[in-house]
Design a protein around this ligand. Structure first.
Ligand SMILES: Cc1cc2nc3c(=O)[nH]c(=O)nc-3n(C[C@H](O)[C@H](O)[C@H](O)COP(=O)(O)OP(=O)(O)OC[C@H]3O[C@@H](n4cnc5c(N)ncnc54)[C@H](O)[C@@H]3O)c2cc1C
Length: 51
């Protein structure tokens, strides 16, 4: 699918959210993709597990 002006909001800046956003952008480079994270830190659990 490659639709112009596609806007995607991913809720949650954890591992799954980042992978989903990256995959979305790769498959649809024209899409606007944002990650909405409720806390002040993204990827907190990834960092705590050693990156
Ligand atoms: C201490 C610890 C050590 C770990 N070590 C390892 C390891 O060594 N190897 C391994 O493979 N896995 C490890 N894990 C597990 C791995 O980190 C998790 O499985 C992975 O982070 C899950 O990713 P996730 O994106 O599903 O959820 P999360 O990482 O929990 O991300 C979800 C995000 O969504 C945000 N969020 C929630 N609700 C909302 C909302 N309403 N609006 C906006 N944002 C919201 C949260 O703040 C969070 O940032 C560890 C986990 C912990 C806690």
């Amino acid at each position: 699918m490659n639709i112009e002006n596609t806007q995607v909001a991913v809720i949650g800046g954890g591992a799954a959210g980042f992978l989903a956003a990256i995959s979305c952008k790769r498959h649809n480079p024209n899409a606007t993709v944002v990650i909405l994270e409720k806390s002040a830190k993204t990827l907190a659990k990834v960092k705590v597990s050693g990156g």
